[in-house]
Write a protein that binds this ligand. Structure first.
Ligand code: SF4
Ligand code: SF4
Ligand code: SF4
Length: 353
């Protein structure tokens, strides 16, 4: 049967066209990647009732049901209304708005836009012993600042610089970091922290002649491996939570690249203020006519300095926060000289001593 299929319209509802003519895949958003397990029944019902019975976890952590026939999309939209409202309520998202424009959203009409993509997150400190932050919480706080919007942006949140969430390959990559406090009176000089830092992180700790630890503070990435390694609690994480933000990372066929360090040691409030400027920045770059271009491309079009001016407008940065003066997209090291280590310490394959 021939059908008039409006692919663009259903894509706005987060249905992706299949290679099978007339079929689509629904992508349910899950900002922060955590939900009540009961909601899995929704995707199961969609997959079994209208789809091909299979469930796919999207690479951006969406919950996907495939093989949905074009003519069934209105029924699916009506059915997922409760899921959308429950999940978006977790983020206090105002669904009666697209970008800067007020609209009246009919909950039974499905997602109003695919623009701002699902905010990914690793499990963070709800489970992971290495985490510095609650990744779900920060993702949910960012969600209403960027969604619903026709402007495309990809964000991922990692609980620590280990970056299991692959935040580095997003327009904005957010990683939880901590300031570490050294308590020399508790230190027994075992060297475990220096070993852990060298093995897992940036090799900035060393044991001095007095059996205490020296630190090259410039290059500490705030991961917390030293805290985990110390048997006496001589390293502790400071209570304040900080974030590092990488910018302009992306995958893609044309010009994939890892993100570059944009902000370090920013606190939550200014971080959220910054995301509050994203829609305005995108609207300015696109002259209020959204196109299928991702955030990194918008930053390229504006140039880093214009982007920096607009995204930080009115943002009250905490005193510890450092901002990239310039970004050299072509250069590949995240941290100057991080790849330079003594020749004797270069890892090698083959027989060991
Ligand atoms: S990025 Fe860090 S906090 Fe997140 S899962 Fe990996 S190790 Fe844990
Ligand atoms: S927090 Fe800093 S000092 Fe501690 S392991 Fe990480 S990079 Fe090294
Ligand atoms: S691991 Fe703890 S006790 Fe051992 S050298 Fe480091 S700070 Fe001192």
């Amino acid at each position: 049967m021939n059908q008039d299929i409006n692919v663009k319209k259903v894509r706005m509802n987060c249905f992706r066209q299949s290679k099978v003519p007339g079929e689509f895949m629904l992508q349910l958003r899950l900002p922060g990647n955590l939900m009540d397990a009961d909601l899995l029944d929704v995707v199961k019902h969609v997959a079994k009732t209208w789809g091909d019975g299979l469930f796919h976890i999207g690479t951006r952590q969406t919950l996907n049901a495939m093989g949905i026939k074009y003519q069934d999309i209105p029924a699916v939209n009506e059915y997922i209304s409760e899921y959308i409202q429950k999940i978006q309520a977790q983020s206090n998202t105002d669904m009666n708005r697209i970008g800067l424009e007020k609209v009246e959203w009919d909950p039974k009409s499905g997602y109003p836009t695919i623009g701002a993509r699902n905010i990914m997150a690793c499990i963070g400190n709800r489970h992971c012993i290495k985490a510095n932050i609650d990744t779900t919480d920060i993702a949910r706080k960012i969600e209403p600042l960027i969604f619903p919007s026709h402007y495309h942006i990809k964000i991922a949140v990692a609980g620590c610089p280990n970056d299991c969430a692959k935040a580095n390959f997003n327009d904005f990559g957010i990683m939880g970091v901590s300031k570490m406090t050294y308590h020399p009176e508790r230190c027994i000089g075992c060297g475990a922290c220096a070993k852990a830092c060298g093995h897992h992180a940036t090799r900035v700790l060393s044991l001095n002649a007095h059996g205490k630890i020296d630190k090259d503070t410039c290059c500490c990435v705030g991961c917390g491996e030293c805290v985990i390694a110390c048997p006496t609690g001589a390293w502790t994480r400071a209570e304040d939570k900080f974030f590092r933000v990488t910018l302009g990372g992306r995958t893609g066929k044309k010009d994939p690249r890892a993100g570059k360090l944009f902000l370090n040691w920013i606190k939550e409030e200014p971080l959220l203020q910054m995301f509050g400027n994203w829609t305005k920045f995108s609207a300015w770059v696109m002259d209020n006519k959204p196109q299928y271009l991702h955030g990194g491309h918008l930053i390229d079009m504006a140039g880093y300095h214009k982007f920096k001016e607009m995204i930080l407008e009115g943002v009250e940065l905490n005193p510890e926060c450092l901002v990239a003066e310039q970004i050299y997209w072509a250069e590949s090291e995240q941290r100057g000289n991080s790849h330079l280590i003594p020749l004797k310490d270069h890892p090698h394959a083959g027989p060991r001593d």
